[in-house]
Design a protein around this ligand. Structure first.
Ligand SMILES: Cc1cc2nc3c(=O)[nH]c(=O)nc-3n(C[C@H](O)[C@H](O)[C@H](O)COP(=O)(O)OP(=O)(O)OC[C@H]3O[C@@H](n4cnc5c(N)ncnc54)[C@H](O)[C@@H]3O)c2cc1C
Length: 509
């Protein structure tokens, strides 16, 4: 990365834009950069002072980036995500794609990027594409003429102001802007919603000591994500062997379980029962790695759209994190001299409103590995895996007879679906277009899906972000609404393909 002499157009006090992107998380940065790149005068408005959302401000995600190859070993995510990966890889801030045979067969490979350098890169790309940034600014509403959105209302240190936009994109994660615009949304009730989490990172681990424990206790870890219900898929023995023979901890990517130690701690009153024990690995400069704890606190019954719930969640998460951390220090080999380096400032929100769009992607679409004529990207991520903090969290899951285990990722058997034959499904453009309201698009977590098919993973949010930004810019160029674009998505698709996105055949790689 070179030294940049140009400044973002901050302080321009412009009040008219072609495209306004609300929210600067993984979907929002992809949307803004791709809108600007497609020729739109673009504004990105972000509530905090930092870009990155769940990637860096409340993250990193445990597996950033992951699942870029389906269980057939074919690449199904490219485009903006790949561009950022390549740039970080070249500058020494990403690890090579982790594609060991056991992971390959499960489509659960990691492509680790350093989230802090990811954020530096994103700021640099904003400058390159001349996106105007308005940070520390909350979008509190939209302006509308009838059912057509004409701009946004913001509140910040400058007071309350309106900014006009030809197309507005909701990348707030929780559909805040869509709700303000009167879009119908699917909101999981408070007593059913998945728990939220506060993440922290740790340095000073004696990795060799930990690895010796892992190799000699492979049965103490959870690896069900690596065993899929396909012919020729991994067996339990394959995965155990991978743990027994691991000599580089980075190969494991995550360590979840520590069952025996956790159960002793539970008996001693040294563990809280709301989450499983474990962490992910994050790459740092010079080949260093950090342990990243993203599931050590899980607080249920909190609506992402209720500040009182979020306040309670923040308080409780910190208590649970302290308990979890003491457990690692006192019980887990290798953590004796470890120390916390960062506690995220924002809670990671696991589940929020989803818009009702012109198409609702379903669990059955995922299972069929369905292809759509208006595809804007692909995914091979399963549908229907839910996190649970307590037995009350997902009552409906218990009702279906699935095996619910406290503090674990649970599976509603009737909701669970893997794309058939280890393939990938398409994400249709219509999932980004809210019903009734015009000149508004959604990207990221809040796009239109049923609950099991929730497109909330980082790679999925970047795919929908790239598509929404590109579509918005093309709509402005053509003078049409996003809904009118549904009639002919050919230019959108060819533009995305030219940007490296994977829409049709998944390349063998
Ligand atoms: C505990 C947990 C673990 C996860 N682990 C993984 C993982 O391992 N791998 C993976 O791929 N995914 C993981 N995810 C999912 C993934 O990290 C997120 O779902 C994804 O990053 C969301 O992207 P987004 O752009 O939709 O929203 P966000 O990243 O949440 O971004 C939304 C942005 O909008 C801003 N905003 C919100 N409201 C407003 C407003 N009114 N005005 C202005 N700005 C606003 C926010 O400040 C934020 O910056 C995990 C999620 C959770 C909760």
């Amino acid at each position: 990365m070179g030294y940049c002499t140009t400044m973002n157009k901050v302080g321009s006090y412009d009040t008219k834009f072609d495209v306004i992107v609300c929210g600067g998380g993984t979907s929002g940065v992809a949307a803004a950069i791709c809108a600007a790149r497609t020729g739109a005068k673009t504004l990105l408005v972000e509530r905090t002072g930092a870009l990155g959302g769940q990637m860096s401000v409340s993250g990193p995600p445990g597996f950033a980036y992951a699942r870029l190859f389906n269980p057939q070993g074919k690449r199904d995510v490219g485009g903006f995500l790949e561009e950022t990966y390549q740039r970080l890889y070249r500058s020494g801030h990403a690890l090579p794609h982790l594609r060991y045979p056991v992971r390959e067969k499960a489509g659960y490979g990691f492509s680790y990027v350093d989230p802090d350098w990811w954020t530096f890169l994103i700021y640099e790309m904003m400058e390159e594409e001349e996106v105007t940034l308005l940070l520390d600014t909350l979008v509190v509403g939209v302006t509308k003429e009838g059912d057509t959105v004409t701009g946004i209302v913001v509140e910040n240190a400058n007071g309350r102001n309106e900014i006009a936009g030809k197309i507005v994109i909701d990348c707030t994660g929780e559909g805040y802007v869509s709700l303000q615009a009167g879009v119908e949304c699917d909101i999981v009730p408070r007593d059913d919603v998945q728990p939220h989490t506060l993440a922290f990172t740790v340095d000073g681990v004696d990795w060799e000591k930990l690895l010796r424990y892992v190799r000699s206790h492979p049965e103490q870890f959870s690896f069900k994500q690596l065993i899929l219900p396909f012919k020729g898929a991994n067996t339990q023995e394959d995965v155990v062997r991978m743990y027994e023979r691991c000599y580089d901890i980075k190969e494991l990517g995550e360590l979840m379980g520590f069952y025996e130690l956790r159960d002793i701690a539970l008996k001693n009153g040294d563990w809280h029962p709301f989450s499983g024990a474990g962490f992910f690995l994050t790459p740092k400069e010079g080949g260093h790695i950090q342990a990243h704890f993203q599931h050590s606190s899980q607080v249920d019954n909190c609506l992402a759209t209720d500040a009182w719930d979020l306040s309670r969640c923040n308080i409780e998460c910190r208590k649970q994190n302290m308990i979890a951390w003491r457990f690692f220090k006192n019980y887990v080999p290798g953590f004796e001299n470890a120390y916390i380096t960062k506690v995220c400032t924002e809670v990671r929100l696991r589940e929020g409103p989803r818009i009702i769009g012109d198409y609702i992607l379903t669990r059955d679409d995922v299972e069929e590995a369905k292809q759509f004529p208006d595809t804007i990207g692909k995914s091979s991520f399963k549908a229907g895996g839910y996190h649970v903090a307590s037995m009350d969290t997902l009552n409906h899951v218990a009702a279906t007879g699935s095996s619910v285990k406290q503090g674990d990722v649970i599976v509603n058997k009737s909701a669970l679906a893997y794309p058939k034959d280890g393939g990938s499904y398409d994400i249709p453009y219509r999932c980004l277009v809210p019903k009734k309201v015009d000149n508004l698009l959604a990207a990221g977590k809040c796009v239109s899906t049923d609950r099991p098919a929730y497109l909330r993973y980082v790679h999925q949010t970047m795919v929908t972000g790239q598509a929404a930004g590109t579509a918005a810019a093309l709509c402005v160029k053509k003078g049409i609404t996003p809904r009118q674009m549904e009639q002919d998505v050919s230019e959108l698709q060819s533009t995305l393909v030219a940007q490296g996105a994977i829409l049709f055949e998944c390349p063998e790689s």
